[in-house]
Design a protein around this ligand. Structure first.
Ligand code: C2E
Ligand code: MG
Ligand code: MG
Length: 707
């Protein structure tokens, strides 16, 4: 036998062949053929079946090439034993043409390859080639299996939730990540349909389904429920698995838990856009919603109304009854508003403090806004039951209407706010529609401001005096000086209009000094005329306390007018507290001087009894607003009563302001209010008229007709 040149087999590295042959020459020649064809081959040689079997057991070669006739153990017997060790062993026998019986035997034990002797190279290579092909295939399958195993381990161990469904959306597989996330095991989930594609399914599911059955990938966020019922959110991507024919065999869904981010986002959104006390939208969200509604009203040519609500005298309740009750009241108010505005598109928001704002979009006519406002006012007329209290509270509402009262969000809100102030001025517990005349007032204001500067020089100011009466004796016990401005054009301008102007322009300082001097001089004049001495009270606005030498100025005026300090009383409002320590120091100096100090309009400002008891206060004046409804509003009576007893326990005098009816007087008297002031007794009067009143009333000691 000759060994011709052969093209070497490229991938013979790692290939091992056990060659069993008792004839040494054949073994040499065939070995050489094999080495040439498979360079690098691991060729193991054996001389008989026994040896071959041992080497097979030791080396597990890829291929066994064996002679049949051999001493000790023949090739067929060896092959039978080898097949017992490894049923898949690839065995090629070399046999003589005549040995048909052997070939049959070999086929019996599963040997399908043989090469006839004498061995022809190409036949040997054909047989070996078939074996190496099958080895290669096996390796490839093994590699793929390994990869699939790796893949499935990855899927199993992935922290991401993975779900595989059939093309109809029925679950075939879920990984442990899915179980951790949802609480459903593979057994529980398998076979269930995840399909939400019906008409009632949320839009997102319909889109999802359309995308994936069309062969596309869907990515998005979904909200689901766990086995426990708890909701959770996922960032999900779903893709179809497509076979070589282009058919969808499965869908695979990857889901990542984003619940925490979602909840944090929601909490932040809630904090930014909602009021934590009432749960209503806040100012920010309201403005955003109103912008949208406004654009829509404009497009559709509809009316829209803004209702600006402010609870009446909420501040007092908050201060006298405490913040816990104040908060409960605000929550109850919010609830009442919600109940009264039943249309789904109405937007109710809390603007802060006791202010609420309501947007009524898409109105057919403006009358609707008025009827809603009236409904709200009526809703507040019912008593509000809190855990430990029953309270009445009313509300004042300002209304502005789009398009006539404003074209943009800011203007509409501002005008509703202005109208609300009008409702307050009008006596509270009512609504007021914005009218441009509110704006006209601004013009009037400008004119006033200009003429106010000249008023002092032109002697246009005068002082009216209003008595305070001791209710037990019926005697006038003191007088309050109230300024008036006789305007050459506008007539008598009330202080509510010009005092704020004077404060803003700084004119209040010289004006205040003029009032003080005039009132002190007048009081001194009455004393000198023989009237029973009584104190005169002068109103000081908080702004005057900015004046550095206020106490000195008062002292100087008292000296100049020769009025004893004890006959002067200064009325300040609670807002003085906002002026800080300097203002309080000034009050102390005045009090040390002997001047009386009285808190005016008590109950409308910022103070509490616990605070004012630290101040040198001699008297409190209960604001008119508590007095006016005292006979019909149980709250007012309770608050007035609390004020009277608290003041008295602090040894302060109490005066009720604005007493107009006998009934009010009777109620206040029954609450032990010692002094009263109001139209029931006398309106504020010019000095001469007041002299006449004093003459007629309570000046028995004074000689008559002494003018
Ligand atoms: P105030 O000090 O609380 O004065 C009481 C106000 O109630 C006065 O209004 C008085 O005319 C009015 N009034 C008195 N009794 C009754 C009543 O029975 N029914 C009703 N409806 N009203 C009654 P007026 O004179 O218009 O003064 C308003 C406010 O202007 C005063 O409130 C005071 O805060 C301020 N003011 C008046 N004069 C001066 C002043 O010279 N200086 C400063 N800084 N403020 C002043
Ligand atoms: Mg006063
Ligand atoms: Mg007052």
């Amino acid at each position: 036998m000759e060994v011709p040149e052969e093209v070497p087999e490229a991938k013979s590295v790692g290939l091992s062949i056990l060659y069993v042959e008792d004839d040494g020459v054949s073994r040499e020649i065939v070995s050489e053929m094999i080495r040439r064809k498979f360079p690098g081959v691991d060729l193991i040689l054996a001389g008989n079946g026994q040896e071959g079997l041992e080497l097979f057991a030791r080396h597990s070669p890829d291929i066994v090439l064996t002679d049949v006739r051999m001493p000790i153990m023949d090739g067929i017997s060896m092959s039978r034993e080898i097949k017992k060790l490894n049923i898949d062993a690839r065995i090629i026998i070399t046999t003589a043409n005549s040995d048909i019986g052997q070939i049959m035997e070999a086929m019996d034990i599963g040997i399908s390859q043989y090469v006839l002797k004498p061995i022809e190279q190409h036949r040997l290579f054909e047989a070996l080639g078939r074996c190496t092909d099958s080895i290669r295939l096996e390796h490839r399958v093994r590699d793929q299996l390994g990869f699939i195993r790796k893949l499935s381990r990855t899927v199993e161990q992935s922290p991401v939730s993975i779900m595989i469904t059939d093309p109809s959306g029925r679950i075939e597989y879920v990984n442990p990540g899915f179980t951790r996330l949802t609480g459903f095991t593979l057994e529980e989930a398998a076979g269930k349909s995840v399909l939400k594609s019906g008409g009632k399914a949320p839009k997102v599911y319909r889109e999802l389904w359309e995308t994936i059955i069309g062969g596309g990938e869907w990515k998005g966020e979904l909200r689901h429920r766990k086995k426990s019922g708890e909701p959770y959110w996922t960032s999900t991507s779903i893709s179809p698995l497509i076979d070589e024919k282009g058919n969808i065999t499965n869908f695979i869904a990857f889901q990542e838990d984003i619940t925490e981010q979602k909840l944090a986002g929601k909490a932040i959104r809630r904090m930014a856009y909602y009021d934590s006390l009432t749960g209503l939208p806040n100012r920010l969200l309201f403005n955003e919603l109103m912008h949208q509604a406004l654009a829509q009203a404009r497009r559709r040519n509809r009316f829209m109304a803004v209702l600006f609500l402010d609870l009446d005298r909420f501040k007092v309740i908050n201060d006298t009854l405490g913040h816990v009750i104040g908060d409960q009241l605000l929550q109850a108010a919010a609830k009442r508003l919600r109940e009264s505005c039943r249309r789904e598109r109405d937007i109710i928001a809390r603007r802060g403090g006791d202010e609420f704002i309501i947007l009524l979009p898409e109105l057919d006519d403006t009358e609707e806004a008025v009827s809603v406002a009236q409904k709200l006012i009526d809703a507040f007329c019912r008593v509000i039951s809190l855990p430990e209290n029953e309270l009445f509270i009313t509300t004042s509402i300002g209304i502005s209407i789009f398009p006539q009262d404003g074209q943009d969000v800011e203007t509409l809100i501002k005008n509703a706010d202005m109208a609300m102030y009008r409702a307050k001025e009008g006596g509270r517990n009512r609504y007021h529609l914005y009218t441009p005349s509110i704006d006209e007032n601004a013009l009037e204001r400008l004119e006033l401001e200009n003429s106010l500067r000249a008023a002092l020089d032109r002697n246009e100011f005068l002082i009216y005096y209003q008595p305070k009466v001791n209710i037990k004796t019926g005697q006038i016990v003191s007088l309050e000086a109230l300024a008036r401005w006789r305007h050459p054009e506008f007539g008598l301008v009330p202080p509510s209009q010009f005092i704020p102007l004077a404060e803003e322009t700084g004119l209040i300082v010289p004006f205040g000094e003029w009032v003080l001097r005039t009132a002190c001089a007048q009081n001194k004049a009455w004393q000198e005329a023989g009237y029973t001495p009584m104190s005169v009270s002068v109103n000081f606005s908080p702004r005057q306390f900015q004046q550095l030498n206020l106490a000195e100025m008062v002292e100087k005026v008292l000296e100049e007018t020769q009025l004893e300090p004890r006959w002067l009383e200064i009325e300040i409002t609670e807002n003085i507290m906002l002026r800080g320590e300097d203002a309080i120091a000034t009050l102390r100096i005045l009090s040390d001087l002997g001047v009386q100090i009285s808190i005016d309009d008590f109950g409308t400002g910022y103070s509490t009894f616990s605070y004012i008891k630290k101040l040198p206060i001699h008297s409190v004046k209960i604001d008119r607003s508590f007095v006016s409804d005292i006979d019909s509003n149980a709250n007012d009576e309770a608050i007035a009563s609390a004020m009277i007893s608290m003041a008295q326990s602090l040894s302060m005098n109490v005066v009720a302001e604005g007493v107009e009816t006998r009934e009010q007087m009777r109620r206040l008297d029954s609450l032990n209010c010692p002094e009263m002031q109001g139209h029931l007794f006398s309106r504020p009067l010019p000095a001469e008229e007041l002299s006449r009143l004093l003459d007629s009333m309570n000046q028995p000691d004074r000689p008559k007709n002494t003018d």
